[in-house]
Structure formats: structure tokens, C-alpha cells
Design a protein around this ligand. Sequence first.
Ligand code: NAD
Length: 498
Amino acid sequence: MTAVHVPGTPVIEDGRLVSTSPATGAEAGRLPVATAADVERAVALARSAGEWWAGLGFTGRRERLLRWRGLLARRIEELAELVHAEGGKPVADAVVEVVTAVEHVDWAARNARRVLGPRRVRSRLVLAEFSAHLEYQPHGVVGVIGPWNYPVFTPIGSAAYALAAGNAVVFKPSEYTPAVGQWLVDTFAEVVPEQPVFTAVHGLGDVGAALCRSGVDKVAFTGSSATARKVMAACAESLTPVLLEAGGKDAMIVDADADLDAAAEACVWGALTNAGQTCIGIERVYAVEPVFDAFVGKVVERAGRLTVGADDADIGPITMPSQVDVIRRHIDDALARGGRAVLGGADAVQPPYVRPTVLVDVPEDSVAVREETFGPTLTINRVRDADEAVARANALSYGLGGSVFGRRHAVAIARRLRSGMASVNSSLTFAGMSTLPFGGVGDSGFGRIHGEDGLREFSRAKAVTRRRARSLLASTTFDRTPADVARLVKAIKVLYGR
Ligand code: NAD
């Protein structure tokens, strides 16, 4: 990487990773770049720190995680300002992001014992002489690799759950937001000063690749589907388990009996918050014919009112300068192939900003419908009915979230979406619901963060049987006799042979 400063593009200078505001080019962070040896050292330190952390038990970890939650809540403005300065996100959006992260830290800390702690489970009749015990033990060291678009919410979605489960975490933040990543680990160290339980290693993709090969016990990756494939390939070399939270192309379906004002409001928010740079952002809408025109009108009216700019605007700059070309290509392709811009269009692209753009009647095989745009753009296509909407929504290999607006059939439609999550009569709301699992299918990845599944994702089930009586039906011993085997056959026929 050369040392030419393009605002927002990270550079490496004298072994330091320098991040800058995509809006102003002002320096936001300067962090040492880790070598492969540094990464291995961080993992080795985390391994012994993790043993100490696991030894604290659920109560000790809960108390410390809640202290961190308190710190995050008290210093929310400071963190939101840093997110804004480094990634360009409007401060209000950054506040909402931190609020969601705080909620997850709280829930993970409070619920880890209930979900993961030791418990007796029922024995079955054929092995009634044994009692059964289950607990979920930490993996050890979890490597968390994060993206830039939600630099607080996404790593905390993995790290808080991994920590609550008793793991140490080595975190590789995105090279676009290293200062936010460092802030998170530094504040954690303020409340847990004893051991390096949660640390960061900085750099470009090669540092993430080194983390995959460092001997960590699990990798939790959040980022693009293309990188997810590389992460999984690297982890396959050592059979290191992976959690992949990858890209999306989420759809909203607007049914005939939808509240169109509410649908338009949620659509504009879901598509354009964070300038559309949201993995679960609404990128496509399928509205049924009878309500199509009215719905489009309401969306255009709302989206047209949004302000764009560096400070105090609804929509900030595009964080990754290179993404502007992708957004431009998607708009140009949609228009060239017969789509119409009812708001914005080719002229909306004014780096580092893109003004809200709403495209209608875009061919289903165009890149604006099929590929992740990651910009403040939206396609709205008309469909005959909800069945056609579901078929089109499910036609892509991505399957992260989705949204359905309607009354009578909305929940049934949401259940038919091939996605890990859906919100009915709202958008993106599942992300903040700490009681629910978060994750995708297909090209959007696999595994789950958040909720009970999220806690179990960062632990391994440990099953223990314990003899409590002599066996009446001796089967698992060479001392068994032909008569024992005959009794076993008889018993299984009585029990299950009906
Ligand atoms: P990215 O894939 O370019 O980078 C993600 C991280 O991976 C960065 O830290 C990067 O340095 C690292 N990396 C790059 N190459 C690597 C390699 N070979 N091995 C290991 N690590 C490597 O993604 P991005 O541009 O930072 O983030 C945007 C993408 O993330 C979008 O596709 C978005 O949809 C997705 N995303 C998904 C979720 C989710 O929960 N599913 C959440 C947020 C973002």
C-alpha cells in the first residue's frame, strides 16, 4: 500500500496503520501493524488469560462484563464521535449502533449461566441406570475478524457472547476502523486490568489471515462473502471451526393490505441508514401491483427529504472510496437496462457522497438486483402477488434478513423467506433483539451470534454420563450373555417395535 492519502482509504506508514475520515481526510487513528509473529504472541497471551477468565466462572465474568456495559453506556457520546470521525457515519446512527451493542453485552452477561451452565438432563429408559449431565465449555481463544460498517455492533455481537461464554478474544478490526476497535479493547482493559482477555491486532487482510492460522480455537468472521470463503479455506487447514457472518441483498415485501406510510418509513430507514452500508439493509423491494404506485410515491417523498453531508446530515459519506465505483456501476447498469430512477440516478454519485437513489422496474438479472450494492440506493419492482414476491426474494444465493409489510399474511410470508431473520411491519429490528439469534443462509454465511444460539456458538457441548445403578440389561460389556442379548431384543421390540 502506498502512502498517498485518499480520504477514507487506510495507509501504512512506518509500520503504522493510519485511518482517516472519508469526509474530510482528517487522521482518525494510528495503530501498530501486527506481524504474523505478533499475532501468534497475542494468541499465546490470550490463551493463558483465557484460562484465568474461564476460572472466574459465570458470576465473575458477568460482574466484569456488566462493568464494561456500564462504561460503554456512560461514554456513549465519546464512542459515537469516534465512529463518526473514523467511518463517516452520522453521530445519531453511531449512537443507535452503540445502544444496540450495549444491549447485547448486557444480555450475554446476564444469561450465560442459564444457557451454558451445568445441568442434569433426562435419561432414557434403555440407559436408565445412568444419569446424564450437560454443560457448555469455552473453546479457549476466539479470533474475531470485523468489518468497518458497524465497527462496534458487529465485533461486540461476537466478542460479548464469546467472552460471556468464558473465552478470551483476539480481535482484528477492519483496517478502515482500527481506532474504534482499539477503543473497545482499551475500555475493556480498564474494567478487566488483570489479564489481556480481549485484545486487538491491526493491519490489512493478511493480519486476518494470520489470525486464522494462529491456532485460535474458533474464528468468528464478519465481512464480505468473498473474504468469508478465504477465511473458511484458511481455517480448513487446521480444522478450526468458523462462524461466517457475510454479505446480503435483503428484500422487503409490501403486500396489498400493508400500511403504506409505515412501510415507506421503514423502507427508507432500512435502505438508507448508514448510507445503505448495512449487511441487513433493504436493497430490493417487491411491492404488489395494487399498491405499487402509491408505495413508490411515499418512498420517494420521504427519501427526497433526507440531507446528505459530513456533519448533522441524515446520510454521510461512503466509507470505502472504492465502493463508490460499485454503486455507480449498479445505477448505470439498471438504467441502461430499462430501469427508471424516480429519485437520484447517475448524477447522485458525487464522491464521497451518494444521494438517495430509488430505481423502479429494474430487470431482475441486473447487478442492482442481484449483487450487494452497499450504498443509499434501492430497487422497487412490481409483482403480481406475495407468491411472486417470495419467489423473487428467494432467487438469490444470499439469505441474511428481510422485511414484510402486510396484515393477514405477513407472518406467513416472513416464514417463507429463505433467510436467517425477518421483521414484520418494521425493518432491521431483529438485529437489536438480544434474545434472538442473528445469522444467514447460503452466501450470507452460517452460524449464529446473539441470543442463546449465539452463546452456544462460542462454546462446545460437554456431555457426561454417570452410573447410578447396576445395569439390568447388560449390553455394553463383554460379560453379557446370549440371554442378556435376547432380553435386549425383546425389550427393544416392546419399546419401539409398534
Ligand atoms: P471485507 O470482507 O473486505 O473485510 C472484513 C475483514 O476481513 C476486515 O477486517 C479485513 O481486513 C479482513 N480480511 C480481508 N482479507 C482477509 C483474509 N484473506 N483472511 C482473513 N481476514 C481478511 O468486508 P468489509 O468491506 O470490511 O465489510 C463489508 C461486508 O461485510 C459487506 O459484505 C457486509 O454485508 C458484510 N457484513 C456482514 C454482516 C453480517 O452480520 N452478516 C455485518 C456487517 C457487515
